[in-house]
Design a protein around this ligand. Structure first.
Ligand code: GLU
Length: 195
């Protein structure tokens, strides 16, 4: 079980996400992380351990600025508790980041298929397999339908159709810092609008 949160709005995202993660920490506390897009791409801070011992002091030393972001507090199911396995996870291009609650049951088969196509992974999680799959579809969608208004939404839809298992995910892409995609199957996810 993990906790995920995303924010898009007018405020600085990182403090809002950090507070949300503190409230979700009962769902998982072996590591935590946040991703906020900046002018130089996606910026990630993650750390093993409880939020106030790992991520929060790291963010004090190296703050993140931006009005969009996603965060995660982890209870590992696939891959040991570690900084490398902490979310958010990136696709291979480094332009897409996801946080994931749940279990991708066919992650091994998908990992093998992606490895054959030249994709590699820097974590042991099932979640990075999903991030990589979204990235693969995003690249294809951008190529095949360059005029499409919401390519990330399309890529997420295509990727989750290949997944067996449960997920609540939040997905962002450095190409479009105005968009936050959420999707769920079997895991809880709620959207709040306004205060
Ligand atoms: N399966 C993911 C991981 O191990 C998410 C964990 C969960 O939701 O419990 O990182």
């Amino acid at each position: 079980m993990c906790g995920i949160i995303g924010y898009i709005g007018k405020e600085n995202a990182a403090p809002i996400i950090l507070e949300g993660l503190r409230r979700l920490e009962y769902r998982g506390y072996d590591s935590a992380g946040i991703c906020v897009p900046g002018s130089n791409g996606l910026n990630i801070r993650k750390q093993q351990g409880k939020i106030d011992e790992g991520l929060a002091p790291l963010l004090e030393k190296a703050p993140l600025h931006g009005t969009l972001g996603i965060g995660h507090t982890r209870w590992a199911t696939h891959g040991s508790p570690s900084k490398a396995n902490a979310h958010p996870h990136l696709d291979q291009s480094g332009r897409i980041a996801i946080v994931h609650n749940g279990v991708i049951e066919n992650h091994e088969a998908l990992r093998e298929q992606l490895a054959v196509q030249g994709y590699h992974f820097n974590s042991d999680t099932d979640s990075q397999v999903l991030a990589t799959l979204i990235g693969l579809h995003y690249r294809k969608v951008k190529k095949q339908a360059p005029q499409l208004e919401h390519p990330l939404q399309k890529a997420v839809t295509l990727a989750v159709n290949e997944v067996i298992g449960t997920y609540g995910i939040a997905v962002i892409c450095s190409d479009d810092p105005e968009t936050l995609i959420g999707a769920r199957r079997g895991s809880p996810l709620i959207i709040g609008v306004g205060k």
